[in-house]
Structure formats: structure tokens, C-alpha cells
Design a binder for this molecule. Sequence first.
Ligand SMILES: Cc1cc2nc3c(=O)[nH]c(=O)nc-3n(C[C@H](O)[C@H](O)[C@H](O)COP(=O)(O)OP(=O)(O)OC[C@H]3O[C@@H](n4cnc5c(N)ncnc54)[C@H](O)[C@@H]3O)c2cc1C
Length: 448
Amino acid sequence: MSQAPRRVGIIGGGVAGLTAAYRLLQRGHEVHVFEAGDSWGGLVRTFDVGGGRLECFYHHIFTTDTTIVALLRELGLSPRLVWRDSKVGIYYQGRLYPFVTPIDLLRFTPVGLVDRVRLGLMGLYLRRQSDGQRFQSVTAREWVSRFAGERNWQVVWGPLFRGKFGDMGDQVSMIWLWNKVRLRFSSRRGGPLQKEVLGYLLGSFGLMVDELVARVRALGGHLHASTPVERVAVDDGRATGLRLASGTFVPCDAVVATVANRIFLRLVPELPEDYAALCQGIPYQDALCMVLALRRPLSRFYWLNISDRSFPFLALVEHTNFIGPENYGGHHVLYISNYLEKGHPYFAMSEEELWAEYRPYLALINPEFDDSWVVGRWVFRGPDAQPVFTVENAGKVPPHRTPITGLYLANMSQIFPEDRGQNYSIRLGEQVASLVAQDLASVSAYVI
Ligand SMILES: Cc1cc2nc3c(=O)[nH]c(=O)nc-3n(C[C@H](O)[C@H](O)[C@H](O)COP(=O)(O)OP(=O)(O)OC[C@H]3O[C@@H](n4cnc5c(N)ncnc54)[C@H](O)[C@@H]3O)c2cc1C
């Protein structure tokens, strides 16, 4: 008995929504994707720098990101995927220290020799732990301070956590760090003592988004950009369609939401309390990136963590120390990165105001820096860009199948304990497409 095609409405045209659409179309369903923004890709959207295409927010992948590597192969994009050594450093009290290999660690004099050895042992120890559950109920701050010493938290790990989670860094569960250390060690060429390698799609990850969009169209999918969804229609405990901001109603047999929890709760006020509480229990940080196109490189590092709380930003990502400036008209591209709690004044600042805050600190990184180096400047804001797993909410992830029949959630708050990233959003899209297809098949069989 072949299954009659059913209409699936997908909310959000980032990589999760586009992947879910692609997989559902391959299974023969009718798919409509609604995206509030005027372009596709969500947090992987791109812009032009010196004739080259670049992500608005810095992006790379790890060798352990096997789902995205497989998708790139399927989309015919593998020839553009390159792997390069990562160049990570730490700024501490006016100096830049490389921080990639065990030798770098031994030379990192801001912490004493005994603490450096403890830090190295910590990495080796975590790498060998196959079960992360016991790390779930302790904060990374407590665990690292106990295992490797408070100084290592203050100088090395604390700034890394603030660089990622802003002011919530001290509350993040140790399970997150356990998983990160294991994955990062696996992303090293030739074992744990070697350099880490990172992957990038030459031409930007926007090419992957373009190809997904092209395949969705080729399979007959309907893509609606600049079309925000206002409500999921629910009747008698079942999702029946989507109400668009324009007032149009689109009847659906199933609905997949890939938006952040805050938005999801607004779209579906009928969600039962228990499920809504799981969604509410995961806070998010907003991302704020200023991108500079420079005449000269600021440093020799790709990724520079700032171990100094007086700085108005958390990390500098100099993309062209990873992928050469020849790809961007000879410009050196620098992201000035911040993760901020909701309502932080920086998020509402104009580009000029933000520049006035940031500019003096670039000269602390490189004393030769001056305004004449800057040939381009952009600011990108990503609300709800980083879910935070603290000891209170770690592991309390809302399931993809919601208590409302025919309504599914596939968003970054369900990526745990891994760090959210394109790889896992693609995996979410694939998983939710399988669930939807399974459920629609059982409903069809029943109806027939
Ligand atoms: C600063 C930064 C750095 C990052 N670095 C990396 C990296 O190095 N490597 C990596 O792999 N990943 C990285 N990521 C993460 C990666 O970008 C995300 O994991 C991934 O893009 C999330 O995709 P998504 O589809 O799950 O969500 P999103 O991209 O957030 O997509 C959700 C979409 O829903 C849309 N939407 C919202 N409300 C509505 C509505 N009412 N109606 C219709 N549409 C709506 C939004 O406009 C958005 O397009 C980074 C992210 C940030 C912010």
C-alpha cells in the first residue's frame, strides 16, 4: 500500500528546516517552508566581503562532524571542503600566547608549572571517560577548579566559557566540557598530541544552504521567504495548520518548528504545562558579531580568547588566518564576538556606538592598529543563538514529538550534550523528518 502524500509545514529556513524539508520531499511528501527573514540559512546566512562570500557569524566544522560531511558529499560539495590547522591563542595581561599543542600548554607561563601539568592531565583524563552522566550535576567551574586548580579556571577555562556563554559561563554543566574535550581531541591529526584541524567550505557554508534550497525546489517543495508564521493552529489536541502573519491560513497534516523555544511558545500557547516548562527551562544567549575588513592582519591567530574581563568583547576570530585573504579581495577579515544575555545594551547599540566601545581594545592586541586599517565594518545580531545547559537544566530536553499530535520541535535546545552547530542541526532535521514520515505513514494506514 503506497502512502498518500501529506502536507508538512516547516517553520524556519535555517539548516534544520531545510534539511527536514529535503528529507521529507525525498519521501514523497508535500512540503512548505516558511522563513521570517528575507534569505535562507538562518544563522548560516552570508554577506559579501571584497567579492568573496562570508558567514555573518564565523563558522568552521570539526572532523567529528560526520553528518554534515556526509551531507556535503551527497550535495556534491566535498571538493570545496578543506581542512586546515587551527591557530588558537589566549590574550592575557597584554600578551598573546599560542594555545593548541601540549608544548604551547607547557610554555603558558601565566599559570605555574604544577598547574600547567594539572591542566594537561585534566584533558587526558576527560578524554578517557566514556560516560558523561556523572558530570551532569556539577558546574564546569567547580569541577575544573577542583581537578586542575582555581588559577586554571580563572586564566584559561573561565574566559573560554565566558567567550561562549557570556555571564552564564560559571553555571554551565561539566558534561558540556567533558563532551567538548572528547570531540576536540578527536579532531586532532595524528592523535591527541598533534594539532587540531578544522574544516571549511570554500565559498562559505552558504553554498550548502543554496544547494539545499535548489534541491528542495527541484523536488517540488514550496519555499516562502519573508513569511513569518504567527500561530500554529491547534484543534482538539492536534496541529491542523499554520496561521501566517499576513492572515493566511495554510492547512497542514504535520507541522515542524525549528525556531527557538521563546518563539515556539508564542506560536503555540496551547502547549501543555510540562512540555512548555522544559522549553522555558533552557535559557539562550544572543550573539553579536562585528565584522571588520582590514588592510593588515591584527594577529597571527584564527581564534583568540580574551582572558581579561575589562574587554568589551569575548573573543576575536580572524577568519583570514584560517582561510586566506585572497578569497576576500585581499582583505583581512576579523570577527569581534560577543554572546550576551537578553536585554544587554550592546545588542541595541548602533554600529558607530559599538565601534566606539570596541576600537580602543584592538590596539591592546596589536599596538600598531589604527583606524586607517579598516576598509569595511558590519554588525550582525543573532537572537537566541546559544542555548545554555546549566546544572539545573542539563539533560532536560524537550522531545521532538510534542504532546500536540502532528506538531514537532527540532531546534538547538535539543542538542545535548554536544555543542550546538550545523552538524547537529542537520542531524535534528533528519531525525525529525523520519519521525514525521513514520507518524504520517501510520495515520495513512489507519485512514485507508
Ligand atoms: C556566533 C555563532 C558562531 C557559530 N559558529 C559555528 C561554527 O563554527 N560551526 C558550526 O557548525 N555552527 C556554528 N554556529 C551554529 C550554527 O549556526 C547553528 O547551529 C545552526 O545554523 C542552527 O540552525 P537551525 O536551523 O537549527 O536554526 P536557525 O539558523 O536559528 O534557524 C531558525 C530560522 O527560523 C526563522 N524564524 C524565526 N521565527 C520565525 C517565524 N515566526 N516564522 C518563520 N520563521 C521564523 C529564523 O529567521 C531562522 O532563519 C554558530 C552560531 C553563531 C551564532
